[in-house]
Write a protein that binds this ligand. Structure first.
Ligand code: SAH
Length: 228
């Protein structure tokens, strides 16, 4: 990933403080903390939001969608813990920020987003940083990305009423999937593991609120979550 230009130095301090906050929340993994240092979050949010980019808060990214708070994304990374030889599927590219963080740790990241404009913006931000190991697709991620399956890890960053069967199918044996499951109002972050054909689930965190996953194996298109 390229070095930040001179005029971006003003974000270095706020970024360091955000990393300290994430560490204080119990994320000690150096490679994960380094990823937060390498990826400038402000480049993934609209310019009007740059002054808030290093707050540990969800931020609006347009089209009624939000990027999650960084400490929650750190939790995603620490539970999923992608390795350098692994390929990861992300459902809900959104801003592309988590995509870039995943790309620091994984071998290759495949990310699907249903809103074309968001995917385009994410592509621009990733290209500007010189992130090479990411493939983006515009479409319904609730059916996965069969062409590149199976995946060692799958992350879903929008709330789902149930585990989308196509995603479970595209999860490699020994793989893990992290997704918010529940109602439109509240969800639990659930870790799904597949081992020898057997599937186990465990709750990682409760009381989360994500934007809804819309699509064939999620909520119908008429359900609009609005700004959250
Ligand atoms: N990790 C992202 C989170 C974005 S919010 C970030 O940090 O910015 C979740 C995203 O999921 C939204 O952009 C929404 O458009 C997208 N989404 C919802 N349903 C989807 C589906 N079926 N397929 C692909 N993307 C979907």
């Amino acid at each position: 990933m390229r070095e930040a230009p001179q005029d971006e130095r003003r974000f270095v301090g706020p970024r360091r403080r955000l990393i300290e906050l994430i560490r204080d929340r119990g994320i000690q993994d150096l490679e994960i903390l380094q990823a937060f240092d390498r990826v400038p979050r402000h480049r993934f949010v609209p310019e009007g939001m740059w002054h808030r980019a290093y707050e540990d808060a969800p931020l609006p990214i347009g089209w009624g969608q939000t990027t999650s708070q960084p400490s929650l994304q750190a939790l995603y990374l620490s539970v999923l813990r992608p390795r350098a030889h692994e390929q990861i599927l992300e459902v809900g590219t959104g801003s592309g920020y988590l995509t870039a963080l995943l790309a620091c740790l994984a071998g290759r990241v495949y990310s699907v987003e249903r809103i074309r404009e968001l995917s385009k913006r994410a592509r621009k931000a990733l290209d500007a940083l010189g992130v090479m190991n990411v493939a983006l697709l515009v479409g319904d991620g609730s059916i996965g990305w069969r062409k590149y399956a199976p995946f060692h890890g799958i992350v879903v960053t929008a709330a789902s009423p149930a585990i989308p069967p196509a995603l479970l199918e595209q999860l490699a044996d020994g793989g893990r999937m992290l997704l918010p499951l529940g109602t439109l109002e509240a969800q639990e972050l659930v870790l799904v593991q597949k081992e020898g054909g057997e599937v186990t689930t465990q709750t990682v965190q409760s009381g989360c609120t994500f934007v809804p996953l819309l699509g064939r194996f999620a909520w119908p298109d008429e359900v609009r979550g609005g700004e959250r």
